[in-house]
Ligand binder design. Structure first.
Ligand SMILES: C[S@@+](CC[C@H](N)C(=O)[O-])C[C@H]1O[C@@H](n2cnc3c(N)ncnc32)[C@H](O)[C@@H]1O
Length: 388
């Protein structure tokens, strides 16, 4: 561990220099917690189309530490089961657990406004590194961390013990919180959720803070920071862009199969007023998820090079299919009970008319039966998502 002390101090210095790390309490944690301990048995490095396994035991110690202190997200599990020690060479797969880049973890803990005496619930233990930082700041008794994957949870628990933190590690679905240790002063989710579960609000004291990435697209998601009130509601805003792997129970099943067959029978066809390619940008993508919750944006290219774009909402059996007319705009064909593009286009048009405010302009209120999102001063940019 002594070997990594210099690298930890360097990491802390870099994070301070870049304005990510501000509090002395958290700086002490970054300087003390050895990230390499939390990456065992190994990580998968991004090799383009494949993931290259690097196992702690089989790697030169200096090289291993160099990897551990990169300001990168380091993937530790693929496809919900595979760890780096289980493969001999590069593999394809989808990351399902990781040690999030220190920039994000430290930045989020700063936003969480932790101080000794506060009790924290973390959703998405992953490697346990962020839980260890929280334990260093608050003490191990005031941190509860929930991980849905039993193998990941076991490895994190072992690593936390090795690093000297006997904290509350829980294996279970974090969307339910962990009522046994409630009430909490802070809830932090290091996975993305479609909406903030009301269980988190119920388990948080009035004045407490909930911090979570909301949305379900791989981009176009926002970091919500809400404060719980005495009536069991929570209100706040989106404080910035944020990207995390989705909570497992809410993982999006990609729309697959013959897309032209799925969109063969449309109810209407017209020209679009704004191009669907706007949805490739972060804030329009965030707005689209507010206007048409449940919709997915799918991009495809025909063998002749024609660009195709779709919105699908499988649960509502609805679609919008877009066709480019050369340089001359787009047409949209819509089918199913929900005219997805009508809703999204209305939001995008109002957003453009309002001067294209950034994601930080979005406010939200979480109640027991609904989520309300809005942008001040623009009545057209207001959505109520009912839960019941
Ligand atoms: C990006 S990783 C967490 C990073 C972690 N905080 C760290 O510092 O290493 C996200 C984790 O959330 C977990 N997860 C996904 N859905 C969950 C759920 N419903 N409840 C609890 N954990 C969940 C995943 O298994 C994964 O380990």
């Amino acid at each position: 561990m002594n070997d990594s002390g210099r690298l930890r101090r360097r990491l802390a210095e870099q994070l301070v220099r870049d304005g990510v790390l501000r509090s002395p309490l958290l700086r002490a944690a970054v300087e003390a917690v050895p990230r390499e301990v939390f990456l065992r048995p190994g990580v998968f490095l991004d090799g383009g189309d494949v993931w290259k396994p690097v196992v702690a035991g089989g790697t030169d110690p200096g090289e291993w530490l160099e990897i551990a202190y990169r300001r990168d997200t380091l993937t530790t599990q693929l496809d919900g089961y595979l760890s780096a020690d289980q493969v001999d060479g590069p593999v394809a797969g989808v990351p399902t657990s990781s040690s999030t880049t220190p920039d994000t973890v430290v930045g989020m803990i700063e936003h969480l406004e932790v101080e000794p005496g506060r009790r924290v619930l973390e959703i998405g233990t992953g490697t346990g590194y962020s839980a260890a930082l929280l334990c260093h700041c608050l003490g191990e008794d005031d941190v509860t961390t929930v991980e849905v994957d039993p193998d990941v949870a076991k490895r994190a628990d072992d690593a936390l013990e090795t690093a000297g933190f006997s904290t509350w590690t829980v294996t279970g679905d974090g969307l339910l919180g962990h009522p046994r240790n409630a009430p909490y002063d802070r809830v932090i989710a290091t996975c993305a959720v479609r909406r903030i579960p009301h269980s988190w609000v119920r388990q948080t004291r009035p004045g407490g803070i909930i911090l979570s990435t909301v949305g379900s697209w791989p981009y176009g998601t926002g970091l919500a920071k809400v404060i719980v009130d005495a009536d069991g509601n929570a209100e706040g805003r989106i404080i910035g862009r944020s990207s995390f792997m989705q909570a497992r129970a809410q993982a999006v099943v990609p729309v697959a199969g013959d897309l032209s067959a799925r969109t063969a029978h449309a109810d209407s066809e017209r020209e679009t007023e704004v191009p669907p390619t706007l949805l490739e940008e972060w804030m329009p993508a965030f707005l689209a998820q507010l206007a048409a919750p449940g919709a997915q944006f799918v991009r495809a290219t025909r063998s002749d090079g024609t660009r195709l774009r779709y919105l699908f909402d499988p649960a509502r059996e609805s679609f919008a299919g877009f066709g480019a007319r050369g340089d001359d705009g787009w047409t949209v064909r819509q089918g199913g009970p929900v005219a997805l593009w009508d809703r999204v286009e209305e939001a995008l048009t109002a957003w453009l008319a309002a001067g294209s405010p950034e994601i930080e302009a979005v406010r939200l209120r979480v109640t027991q039966d609904a989520h309300l999102y809005w942008i001040d001063g623009t009545p057209a940019l207001r959505w109520r998502h009912r839960l019941v």
